[in-house]
Design a protein. Sequence first.
Length: 507
Amino acid sequence: MYERVDLDAIDLGMGPPSLEPQRQYYFMAKLRKTVDQEKKRLGRPLTACVVTFGCQMNARESEKLSGILQMTGFELSEQENSDFVIYNTCTVRDNANQKVYGRLGVLNGYKKKNPNMKIALCGCMTQEETVIAKLKESYPFVDLIFGTHNLYAFAELVYRTYHEKHMLIEVWKESDRIVEDLPVLRKYPFKSGINIMFGCNNFCSYCIVPYVRGRERSREPKEILREIERLVQDGVVEIMLLGQNVNSYGKNLEDGITFAQLLREVEKIEGLQRIRFMTSHPKDLSDELIQVMKESKKICKHLHLPLQSGSDRILKAMNRRYTKESYIALAEKIRREIPEIAITTDIIVGFPGETAEDVEDTIDVIRRVQYDNAFTFVYSKRTGTPAAAMEQVPEEQVREGFDKVLKCVQETARMRVQRYQGQIQEALVEEVNDGSNSEEALRELNATEGQVLLTGRLSNNTIVHFPGLPGQVGTIVRVRLEECRGFYYLGRMEDPLEGTKEKGVLN
Ligand code: SF4
């Protein structure tokens, strides 16, 4: 809808509507006037910078913030000395907060040089009362603070920031409201994340998310499908459905749709070529979902299935609600049904009470499941979660356990990735790789004149670098996987001109 909204046609004499998103469009029109006045006063464009910390959910929400800033006349920039700077924060670890406090100090220096500057903070960190108290006391130069539940009201809040000369704090504890049809500025033209739900009900004992993002709320399937259809019309070929636990999608909706059923509907969208999703809680992964993945032509052959620990005792203390053996049985079932699937995971080492024996249990799961990749983290105490009050493991013991787990992950993942050697697979070309080793790789791959090093992603999420043309970014091409370099491949396109004609790169 937002592409069709004409801000000039909005009657500003009528007062703000109470309905959303109409109310936000009203404030976008007003904000745009304010931005125009500021531009005239300063005799230059008004710049804005959105800085994202944390996960894919935050990245997607930052695209919404950027969309509103662009629509209201700001010139987007990556410079943190812009006229309007917003930090979209993460609070998963205590040190994530410290990082933000440190960077706020730098912003204050910029603001002293540019008194027109506005500083805003949103995201998970601002949902915590202790954070708000600290900001009020020690960071009075921050102009706007809002939380995860009223992000949709960004235009209204920015407008007020320019007209109310005090620190504006609007943080809601809870909300079941989901506002559709607000502007979005996508980072990639050919792929996009889509929030299908917000919040989490699981309360894993180490995780702050349920406290700062609230209870699970699913978007209506028709809104999700409409958004994807529009994205496809706009050139998107790959989507990533996002939620803290996508497997419980639909539980709060009246028609009782499941995540698997939603996927079946998404699959029907013509022009859409690839579907990804994350994150999947093992306790809620259904047979129906495995079946849908097996039958699908579009769902990528990749499943991220967080393990966290292989010890039943630790899993219980984490409140994960599955056991070592039930997890392994699930992974085996998935591999039996979809043999070519890549399974990746998250592992925490050093959770309170973890012993060397518990770490051995985790290593046993890694050996038995044979992950294609695993993100291994040292447990980080998060104030405000139940685990923070438990007895912590000595640092040296954690380090020892971590090194063992990492070594095992690297060995097994390397073997898994090697099995694609020599295969021809489809890759979505994501970008031109102009990193320091690209020249060398191009020489090794006997690239022809005009070719650059492209980076593509296989359906199973493995990265491949190969020579090609910049115009092939955003297309799906077939690549022969020639040389495995640990976790990625060097390859060669089967048809070097694939995708270019459809894109009008060659005539
Ligand atoms: S499922 Fe657990 S780890 Fe994931 S967001 Fe919810 S509480 Fe946090």
